[in-house]
Structure formats: C-alpha cells, structure tokens
Design a protein around this ligand. Structure first.
Ligand code: PMP
Length: 412
C-alpha cells in the first residue's frame, strides 16, 4: 500500500492515542460506516456547550438561555450553508431514521390506492420500512429501481420505473453495503417531470461526499451526525419550502405551537413545527463542529486519500480467489467501503476472527435485506475506511483475513 500526501488524522482521536497494550494488538477500526470515531475538536465543542452554555434553547429569556438559542441557530445556519440550503429549510431530528419516519408519516400527498412509491433496491431499512408501512396503510404500490447484478449500478432503463403514477421517490445517495453512489440528481429530475417528490437518504454518503441540495434538486434530504464524525442523537433534515407546505408534524409537544386550547391547537410555521420537544443542542453544536472539521480535512486531501486507499484495498481483496466482492465488478468510485463474502468461510466467522485480532469490521445484512436478497446473500463482511485509517491498517486486515481463511479451511 502506498498512500497519498494526506496524513491520517489519527492523533486527533483519543482512541488512537491509547498506549500499546501487552494484552492485545492495537485497534484497527474499520467500521466507520456504522459510526465514525469523534475528533477532539468536535468533543470539545460538545463539552464546552455543557460547561459554559447549557440551557433549554428557545425557551427562556435569561442570558444563558438566549446564548443556547443563539448557538443552536448558529449551528443551523452553518449546517444549512454546508449543504447549499438556507436555515429556514433545515430541521433538526434525532437522526436519519427519525427524519425518514417523520416524512413517511407526515407527508400529505393526497394518497390514493394504486399511487406509486419508488425506492431503489439498495435502500437501508430506515428508508424502506417507513414507506412499506405507508404503502400498506393507503394500499399504494411499491416499485423498485433495480440494479445491474454485475456492477451494482442502476439498471440502464431505471427511468421507466418513475411514471405519472409515482407520487414519491425515496433513494439513498450511496449504498451502505457496496458504497456505490446513485445518480440522485437525475432521479430527482425524472421524479419532478412526473410530478413526484424526491426524498434523499444521505446518511451513509455524508461522511464522504460533499452535499449540495441545489445540485441534487431534491425536496428532502437527511443524514445523521454520527456518520460524519459527530456524536449520536442529532439528525439533519433539509425540507424545501414546497414540501414543508405538504408536511404535517409527526411529533407533537412543546416548542412547536403558537396557541393551544382544549379544543384546537395551532402549529408554528417553518421548520420549528417539526422539532417538538427539547432539542439536543450539544449534539447539534457538535455536528456543526464536525462539518467544519470535515471541510478542513477535505481541503487537506482526505477524499482522494480515502478513494486511493480503498482502491488499493479492493485490488488486494480481488487477488484473493476465495473472497467475492459485492458487487462482483465494483467500480473504483463511491464511498470508502467494501463488502465481501466467501463460499468457504462464513462472514460471521471472518468477523469473529478479525475481532480477536482487535480489527473492527461489521458482518451481517447491514439493515439492507432487500439488497442482500437481490444478491442472495444472508451475510457479508463490510470494511469501511475513515480519516484515521492507514495503509498499515489495510495490511493488518489482509494478513488477518488470510490467517482466518487458513484456520477455517484447515479445520474442514
Ligand atoms: N440510511 C443509511 C444508508 C444508513 O447507512 C443508516 C445508518 N446505518 C441509516 C439510514 C440510519 O441512520 P441512523 O441509524 O443514524 O438513524
């Protein structure tokens, strides 16, 4: 492995500063697609908020509460600009799953039996189950954007699946299993032509791809902070103005009403109506700090570094005849993650062996069973790279995989 000029940001993460232990080899963390580790500056922003600026935002008029409100709204402005949106289009949620349920339960699109919802075969359960329930509730039709089984890219004739019967398209920006990006701007354009709304799940892409909702042309987009070096408990939800008109609040409670009487209540206008309850201000502030950090690391070459390291790892894995990558003919574009399986050694055995070597990967169906069914696999191993990973990590992974193969096939 030969790496590009970017120097892996290991020193900024407490976990990787841990002194070597006699009991186990150093940690190789290859599960950032599930949750990234959090750099010091992001944790500092979180801590400083609690130490110096904590109060319930949008509630009190005393200086500390006003300060908390200002910090929250500052983070909204910053994160909106980060994805090419304006602050009045940005709502905070608890995460991408929360956002997608909020959309599926709140969107008033005058659903009629037989109306169609289009999803891609690559969706995470969070962008499938809420729509599946809606389909059952209103007797709608679900249609799939299918994939080419060799390359995993959308089938060439995908546009034919988005017809005038379609009211909503919900697609992931990139698969959390293969790392492949979908042509979301083109999908949103086709949806718009047919009068349908487009919802984008950017949960997996956000840590690796710069987002611009203007360029994507979508009506709604969401992601979770913990997949972009932020902390858990914060989701960002972009809602275009026209979509807000069609969205009823899903969660009701404090902070989203103008007037409440025994008989009737009036919701606030704008994104606040979708933010019932006390916001997770510390996590939101940390999310803005993570966006700042990520922008700086990208400027220092992070994206190319990871693309290159992933490409080299892909080549290394492809040399191992006993492993099969998903898709079988992967592209060198996409997110810094790879999934594979073996006919000889079960994915859980591989992951368990790696765990013994203190190499963290994830095995299973990755909350994407429709995609796994498509490839007729029940479990695959996924390795995902992030700013702290190095060539040495990839070498340790490859060596440990070879050992695992020897061990499990010898035992047969
Ligand atoms: N969509 C995709 C593509 C994901 O990878 C994930 C996280 N695994 C989610 C949605 C859900 O994100 P969260 O668990 O943070 O709500």
């Amino acid at each position: 492995f030969v790496t590009k000029a970017y120097v892996a940001a290991r020193e900024q993460f407490a976990l990787f500063r841990e002194p070597a232990s006699a009991e186990q080899p150093p940690l190789v963390y290859l599960d950032s697609a599930a949750s990234c580790q959090v750099p010091d500056t992001v944790l500092q922003a979180y801590l400083t908020y609690y130490q110096q600026g904590h109060a319930n935002a949008h509630r009190g008029s005393y200086p500390l509460a006003r300060h908390a409100t200002a910090q929250l709204e500052g983070a909204r402005q910053e994160l909106a600009a980060w994805i090419g949106a304006s602050p009045e289009h940005l709502a905070f949620t608890a995460g991408a799953t929360h956002s997608l349920n909020l959309l599926a339960q709140g969107l008033q699109l005058d659903w009629q039996a037989g109306d169609e919802i289009v999803l891609s075969r690559a969706e995470h359960h969070s962008n499938f189950l809420p729509w599946q329930r809606l389909v059952q509730q209103h007797r709608l039709q679900l249609r799939w954007l299918d994939l080419d089984p060799r390359t995993g890219a959308l089938e060439e004739n995908w546009r034919a699946a988005i017809t005038e019967r379609c009211k909503l398209v919900a697609v992931t920006l990139a698969s959390n299993v293969t790392g492949q990006c979908l042509p979301v701007a083109a999908i949103a354009e086709q949806a718009r032509k047919q009068g349908a709304v487009t919802v984008v799940d950017a949960a997996q892409a956000v840590g690796s791809v710069s987002l611009d909702v203007r360029q994507l042309g979508c009506d709604a987009l969401t992601f979770s902070a913990h997949k972009m070096y932020g902390v858990t408990g914060c989701g960002v939800l972009y809602l275009a103005s026209a979509l807000q008109e069609k969205l009823e609040p899903w969660l009701l409670g404090g902070g989203m009403v103008t007037e409440v009487t025994e008989a009737q209540s009036q919701w606030m206008s704008g994104v606040q109506q979708f933010e019932a309850g006390t916001p997770n201000t510390a996590a939101i502030i940390a999310c803005a700090a993570a966006a700042r950090w990520l922008t700086a690391e990208r400027a220092a070459g992070l994206s190319d570094y990871l693309l290159d390291l992933t490409k080299q790892l892909r080549r290394q894995l492809q040399q191992r005849q006993w492993l099969q990558l998903l898709p079988p003919q992967p592209s060198d574009e996409g997110l810094p993650l790879l999934s594979f399986f073996s006919a000889d050694v079960h994915a859980f055995d591989l992951a368990s062996y790696l765990a013994e070597q203190n190499i963290a990967v994830r095995a299973g169906s990755h909350c994407a069973q429709p995609l796994m069914n498509f490839w007729q696999q029940s479990a695959v191993v996924r390795v995902s790279l992030a700013a702290y990973n190095t060539a040495a990590d990839c070498e340790r992974l490859c060596a440990a995989l070879d050992e695992a193969y020897q061990l499990f096939t010898d035992a047969n």
